[in-house]
Design a protein around this ligand. Structure first.
Ligand SMILES: *Cc1c(COP(=O)(O)O)cnc(C)c1O
Length: 361
């Protein structure tokens, strides 16, 4: 086994090592089955048990109420940008989109192809360095739904409260912070997340949807894009992303064994807290997100010049870190420290940063 390095990638991202080890151990033959999870029918009792356990464990982990359905779909979070309005933005209504960054913008762009969209709460004037206040969000009375992006992966900001949407269903793209801490599912109409940041490998998308909203899915929708049909068929209308669901299930088991969402929240607070404290220690580092909007998952920062940033990224790679370059659209640096990122990697990064500052400061 070659040695693992510290992987700060924004996604696909670091996986829990015990999960990778179990997948490796059981890959050729699932215990008691004698076949790989990749080789069995999705209609087999073995796979039925895998998907049922993944769902049950998600219900336990996040306290998902009985009136919510759990779906395992394909197409990534990006397909949800289309499925959400196709299913929920019914004729004659408007959907509100909270404009907090690049992914929110993409979501709104797809919704505009489907129906009336009202964009609000934009913090573009501040370079998306913060989450809007409620006063900045002008919501449409009786909107079809309000769409938010709980963690802005590229800009490094995160909602630390929910917007005041009243009775309007709240739809949340939680791709980059799902299950990073306690969540009150009952506050949402629908939550979705591509798996490849906090849940598992790419190729499976988790959707948690309140069952009364399924009545909005028109029968004229393409079958595969219809939440109601996916729910009726328990994500088994066609061949599901079976391997991804299996691994996602193991990640959820790993979270439960750690002590669930309060436990992972404490770990995430500690990891991010240490890194932000280092960024705030001197004027050398320039964290980009405003203090009250900082993400616990994606820590974004800059240096005095682009040359210095280039040097940092280059030298960090040599030092055995991967993925610290910021998104090409915003530049700078980004340390993505999702649930599975080990605390030891934060220590090592801070040591590296101190040395870099000593030489270049
Ligand atoms: C990564 C990401 C996406 C895109 O996810 P895909 O699964 O690649 O479509 C969407 N929204 C957010 C917040 C993301 O972080």
């Amino acid at each position: 086994m070659t040695e693992r390095i510290f992987n700060f990638s924004s996604g696909p991202a670091v996986m829990p090592l015990p999960v990778l080890e179990q997948v490796q151990r059981d890959l050729v033959a699932l215990p008691g089955v004698g076949m790989s999870v990749m080789e069995i029918s999705h209609r087999s009792s073995t796979f039925e048990a895998i998907i049922a356990r993944a769902e049950a464990d998600i219900r336990t982990l996040a306290g998902v109420p009985d009136n919510y359905r759990i779906l395992f779909l394909q197409g990534g979070a990006s397909l949800q940008f289309s499925m959400v309005p196709m299913n929920l933005l019914t004729e004659g209504r408007t959907a509100d989109y909270l404009m907090t960054g690049t992914w929110a913008d993409k979501a709104a762009g797809e919704a505009r192809k489907v129906g009336a969209v009202h964009e609000t709460g934009s913090t573009a004037a501040d370079g998306f360095s913060r989450i809007p206040t409620d006063a900045e969000c002008e919501l449409t009375p009786a909107a079809a739904y309000v769409h938010m992006t709980s963690n802005n992966t590229i800009e490094g900001t995160e909602w630390h409260r929910l917007p005041a949407v009243g009775d309007v269903p709240l739809v949340c793209d939680a791709s980059s912070d799902i299950f990073s801490g306690p969540i009150d599912i009952a506050k949402y109409g629908l939550i979705y997340a591509g798996a490849q940041k906090n849940l598992g490998p790419s190729g499976v998308t988790l959707v948690i949807v309140r069952d009364d909203l399924l009545a909005r899915s028109a029968r004229t929708l393409p079958t595969m894009l219809n939440y109601a049909i996916q729910a009726e068929n328990r994500s088994l209308y066609n061949t599901p992303p079976a391997f991804g669901i299996y691994v996602l299930g193991l990640v959820v088991q790993w979270l439960l064994e750690l002590g669930g969402l309060p436990a992972i929240d404490a770990l995430n607070e500690r990891k991010a807290g240490r890194l932000y404290a280092e960024l705030d220690r001197t004027g050398f580092w320039r964290p980009t997100a405003q203090a009250d909007s900082r993400s616990l998952m994606n820590v974004t920062f800059r240096l005095a010049s682009e040359d210095l940033e280039k040097a940092f990224v280059k030298e960090s790679t040599v030092a055995g870190f991967d993925g610290l370059k910021g998104h090409r659209s915003v530049g700078g640096m980004r340390a993505s420290i999702y649930n599975a990122f080990p605390a030891e990697g934060i220590d090592r990064l801070i040591e590296f940063m101190r040395e870099f500052e000593r030489v270049n400061g």
